[in-house]
Ligand binder design. Structure first.
Ligand code: CTP
Length: 210
């Protein structure tokens, strides 16, 4: 299969020296890309800025902002059999990017933000028959309820619900993989490599039943 995986955070520029981002390390997305490659798939990895080595034998596309990631993913989406959005894409970016460094002033400072494109929701709208979409739901509360809502709203085939109540960046994970047919697989706790291998096994098996 041709599988596109996104990973890592995005960086939303504020001025020449500052950006808004999040604590995603990219480890899960990279582990998924490697697991898919090792299972014999043709993998494209679209990655935000992370401190990980570029995996061999994948088509690697480095990006910075949510807009860059949207452009890279949408330009490659049509011929993918599966797209797995493991990236922690920023939901907001600064409404205005300053050309010069913002200087401090006395008193409070207010930052105006605007929404970024929801890449996965866009993919859900343009999904062609037979194409599979896998999303991630990183939640600190109401994990399954929020994840199921995202699966339906974004027209996904699977969603990997991941509790981040203890924060991002841990080396082991538990993922609850929900299918659109009501299927539920609990994967882990295990290393991200083992979770990724199992996740790829399930989502690439017809109907997700193994
Ligand atoms: N995602 C995306 N584009 C965005 C934001 C998120 O493609 N601009 C994808 C993520 O890669 C992930 C999924 O959407 O696979 C879930 O993202 P999240 O932001 O948690 O979901 P939301 O529906 O935006 O809900 P909320 O902000 O309420 O958690």
């Amino acid at each position: 299969m041709k599988i596109l995986v996104t990973a890592g955070p995005t960086r939303e520029k504020l001025d020449p020296v500052r950006f808004l981002s999040n604590r995603s390390t990219g480890k899960m997305g990279y582990a998924i890309a490697c697991a898919a490659r090792d299972a014999g798939h043709d993998v494209t990895l679209v990655s935000g800025p992370v401190a990980l080595a570029v995996p061999g034998n994948v088509c690697f596309v480095p990006v910075e902002s949510a807009a860059d990631m949207a452009e890279a993913v949408f330009s490659k989406a049509a011929d993918q059999d599966m797209i797995i959005m493991a990236a922690a894409v920023a939901d907001y970016r600064p409404s205005q990017v300053e050309e010069q460094k913002i200087k401090k002033q006395d008193g409070e400072f207010f930052l105006r933000l605007e929404r970024t494109t929801d890449i996965l929701a866009g993919l859900g709208k343009m999904k062609r028959p037979g194409q599979l979409l896998v999303g991630f739901a990183a939640e600190t509360e109401n994990l399954l309820e929020n994840a199921r809502g995202k699966l339906e709203r974004k027209n996904l085939d699977f969603i990997a619900a991941n509790s981040v109540a203890d924060g991002f960046g841990t080396d082991t994970d538990t993922v609850i993989l929900l299918g659109r047919d009501g299927g539920k697989n609990i994967i882990g706790p295990a290393s991200k490599q083992i979770v990724a291998k199992k996740l790829i096994e399930i989502v690439t098996t017809p109907k997700g039943n193994i």
